[in-house]
Design a protein around this ligand. Structure first.
Ligand code: PLP
Length: 390
């Protein structure tokens, strides 16, 4: 629902702040109280009730950015994901999960659902027919991630929403990679939007948080179980996240531009076998991505050819940091096989097309020429040929 007609950078800067009525300061004051008077007030405030002044204000900003009626903040992306899933699932229910998911979500599904009597199926791909084939009589939720981690596959939002409505399901999306700047799934009819705010929303690799955006009705459902699970975010961190969100539009725009330039650079490079980036016309999901995204994002992945040792390549990078996390203003790279997807069996990784030499690249806001120069020098130092040729 478009409740706010303002431009996205204006929303980032101004919507959902706590007005400093007393001193007229430029930024929101922080309310750290865990105790609020309960007499003669409409709202019973308490941090674990997700309704302190700072939480409430920032939820308005997130809802405005995602075009939803309401939002909730959590202590991590996984808290947002797990609280939302457990709000809509009970013993005897079934959930359809997209094959390629964030490693932590995959791990949650395979280690937690069974304990609660919830059954689950992973799709064999990300086409709509793959989802339809997995739906059962007791299916309640359909869960997608697009662009996905780490191969940047694209799932058709509108088609999934139609399928989900036809079967009376709740559709959920992990929108972390897109960020609210590049993708607003509610506009295509997706019900519940999940974010690891640790990533693009925080954007500086110094905040761990999560968010859910949805209709007021869905947020109320999630809130009722979330107050039991207790995954709320501290007001100090809420305040830091508000500061970060003010520049999210600018940061993500810069990351989109850098990622597009770097994807084209890598695609043309002789040491690179394959590049996965939805902005490239050669990407199988490009046409759908163009329809449903405002920008193609700052994440890409690529495979070096056999003349380059990927571990050595990562070690030789000087500007780009080897890092587990992503979406900060600094560029980072990792090998999914050693990190984000290490908990997954080699067989499952192969099924998903995650090769041992695949490198995930979180593109930062540095000058693109400096990033290219760093890649070039690391490729040179990691060349296997240089050591073997006599
Ligand atoms: C990081 C991440 C998560 C989990 O978020 P945390 O804040 O680490 O709990 C979920 N989904 C995606 C796509 C992520 O990148």
């Amino acid at each position: 629902m478009h409740t706010n007609k303002k431009g996205v950078n204006t929303i980032c800067t101004h919507v959902g702040e706590v007005k400093d009525e007393q001193f007229k300061g430029a930024v929101s004051p922080i309310y750290m109280s865990t105790s609020y008077a309960f007499e003669d007030v409409d709202v019973k405030r308490y941090p674990r009730y997700y309704n302190t002044p700072n939480q409430e204000a920032l939820c308005k900003k997130i809802a405005a950015l995602e075009h939803t009626e309401a939002a909730l903040l959590f202590g991590s992306g996984m808290a947002a994901i797990s609280h939302a899933l457990m709000a809509f699932l009970k013993a005897g229910d079934h959930i359809v999960l997209q094959q390629t998911l964030y490693g932590g979500t995959y791990n949650f599904a395979v280690t937690q659902f069974e304990k609660y009597g919830i059954s689950y199926s992973f799709t064999t791909g990300w086409k709509v027919s793959d989802f339809e084939n997995a739906i059962q009589g007791n299916t309640k939720v359909i869960y997608i991630e697009t662009p996905s981690n780490p191969l940047l596959t694209i799932t058709d939002l509108e088609a999934i929403s139609r399928l989900s409505k036809k079967h009376g399901l709740v559709s959920m999306i992990d929108n972390t990679f897109g960020s609210p700047i590049n993708q607003n799934p509610i506009d295509f009819g997706i019900d519940v939007i999940l974010h690891s705010a640790t990533k693009y929303m925080g954007g500086h690799s110094d905040i761990c948080a999560g968010a859910v955006a949805a209709s007021q009705e869905h947020i109320d459902t999630i809130w009722h179980s979330a107050i039991c699970f207790g995954g709320s975010l501290s007001d100090q961190t809420v305040w830091l996240l508000e500061r970060s969100l003010k520049t999210m539009g600018l940061r993500v725009q810069a990351q989109n531009e850098n990622a597009m330039a770097l994807a084209s650079f890598l695609k043309a490079h002789e040491a690179v076998d394959e590049v996965y980036y939805p902005g490239l016309a050669s990407h199988p999901g490009h046409a759908i991505a163009k329809d449903q995204m405002h920008g193609f994002g700052g994440m890409l992945s690529f495979e070096l050819n056999e003349t380059i040792d990927p571990s050595t390549f990562l070690k030789k990078l000087a500007l780009i940091k080897p890092s587990m996390s992503l979406a900060g203003v600094e560029s980072t790279m990792l090998l999914p096989v050693q990190t984000s997807h290490a908990l997954m069996s080699a067989e499952d990784r192969a099924k998903q097309g995650i090769k041992d030499g695949l490198i995930r690249f979180s593109v930062g806001i540095e000058d693109v020429a400096d990033i290219i120069q760093d890649i070039e020098q690391a490729v040179e130092k990691a060349s296997v040929k240089m050591e073997t040729v006599e």
